[in-house]
Design a protein around this ligand. Structure first.
Ligand SMILES: [Zn+2]
Length: 422
């Protein structure tokens, strides 16, 4: 863990006067399983508080395409404490001290909150450096060396190239609310004019050149079926410095093989047999190795096909909704309803292979209800996430009106009994 030892040369009073560069860079959370591990052997693992970052499964859900360089405006020790504080709502994957000690606080597969821009956070690894943006001479050579070795390792392990398009300062991150401004929504200026980009990038490039440069696939490829064909699509793979030489796409069963040039990003298989469960894998290849990822089937259209009986109906009527989807061989369906006056959609029937939902309206108040169906393939986690879950396709919301239950004969009788004067 990077301690404050190297920091003692800067007057404490000056430290107190500086603005807090890492504050208020939070972003929305997503949920997944907890995982915290050391990714870089040159670092010490000190976990950030789980309230200060988002769990993810990069590169399967989001690509890692860049590195964002920050400075702490604090001692490294205080920055580490801050990321351990659940109320700070900020974090970085790594903190590098002025002595060159590296502390890893968020697993690289997870999303740290540092850029002040959720989209950039999802695609970046964030590194904090002990020092001040607007004071000359606060970054040390040991710090540049240690951080350059770290990003060279990220280059090798994730394929993030060592150039200024992919290694950027926090001051180069656009404001998500105003793309004419930079530094995230907080308009941060770190690492500032005294950060030596030329030294840092030349060290990083020379370290990276000595490391392996295998391909790295981006988020999982997508397969869509139509009739007897399937089209597999992927994002271009990344490498540190050795170019991709091509892709191999394999369909099973049947050893269906396609070899493609490095520019390819999709391929279509024809004459597939009905009723067979196909799986497609995409492999990126270069001289240093290969990376294979299995495609997720993607439902591309969901439709509510029948609603029986058609509205309006009195409450108490049993209503059956039926849905269909296209594009995916093993669709799962989830039905949701929005009650009259309710602000939020409610889960009516959780994801299952059943394309029908039987709505029991007994006891429901009269009014206009809305219903929709979400769909995803059994192989897919769902590309779009919102409460309460993720989906790949959904049907437009449709209304269903329930009317007041007419008073049955017994009700009239009771009314008479209780209103007849004694
Ligand atoms: Zn920053």
């Amino acid at each position: 863990m990077g301690g404050p030892r190297g920091w003692l040369s800067v007057p404490a009073v000056l430290a107190l006067l500086m603005s807090n560069q890492v504050a208020a860079e939070a972003a929305p959370r997503s949920s997944s399983v907890f995982a915290g591990t050391l990714d870089y052997s040159g670092a010490t693992w000190v976990p950030a508080d789980p309230a200060d970052y988002s769990f993810a499964e990069r590169p399967h859900d989001y690509p890692v395409q860049m590195i964002v360089i920050h400075d702490t405006e604090l001692t490294a020790y205080s920055a580490i404490e801050k990321f351990q504080d659940p109320s700070s709502a900020v974090s970085a994957h790594y903190v590098v001290s002025r002595t060159g000690q590296i502390t890893q606080m968020v697993a690289e597969q997870d999303i740290a909150w540092h850029a002040g821009n959720w989209d950039y956070n999802t695609r970046a690894i964030g590194i904090e450096h002990e020092g001040y943006a607007w004071i000359p001479g606060t970054f040390t050579f040991a710090e540049y060396q240690a951080s350059a070795r770290l990003i060279a390792s990220i280059c090798s392990r994730w394929g993030v190239p060592m150039d200024r398009q992919h290694v950027i300062g926090h001051n180069e991150v656009p404001d998500p609310n105003d793309p004419s401004k930079f530094g995230g929504y907080g308009h941060r200026t770190d690492p500032g004019p005294y950060w030596n980009w030329n030294l840092y990038m030349s060290l990083a490039q020379s370290y990276a050149d000595s490391l392996p440069s295998p391909p790295h696939m981006m988020p999982d490829p997508v397969a869509v079926t139509s009739g007897s064909t399937a089209t597999v699509t992927w994002q271009p793979a990344q490498t540190c410095h050795v170019p991709i030489t091509g892709y191999t796409v394999v369909g099973q069963p049947g050893n269906l093989l396609r070899q493609l040039p490095p520019t390819a990003t999709s391929v279509t298989f024809n004459h597939l047999q009905a009723g067979r469960n196909y799986t497609f894998t995409v492999t990126a290849i270069n001289a240093d190795g290969h990376d294979t990822v299995t495609a997720q089937w993607r439902c591309d259209l969901a439709t509510m096909t029948t609603v029986y009986p058609s509205p309006p109906q009195v409450s108490g009527t049993g209503v059956t909704f039926s849905a269909s989807v296209s594009g995916c061989p093993h669709p799962l369906y989830q039905f949701l309803t929005l009650a009259p006056g309710s602000p939020s959609w409610q889960l009516a029937q959780a994801y299952s292979s059943s394309a029908t939902f039987r709505w029991n309206t007994t006891g429901l108040v009269a009014g206009t209800y809305y219903y929709t169906v979400w769909a995803r393939d059994a192989s897919s986690t769902g590309a779009t996430c919102t409460d309460p879950d993720c989906f790949d396709a959904y049907s437009p919301a449709t209304s269903y009106r329930l009317t007041i239950q007419p008073c049955p004969a017994v009700c009239d009788l009771l009314y008479l009994v209780f209103t007849v004067p004694r």
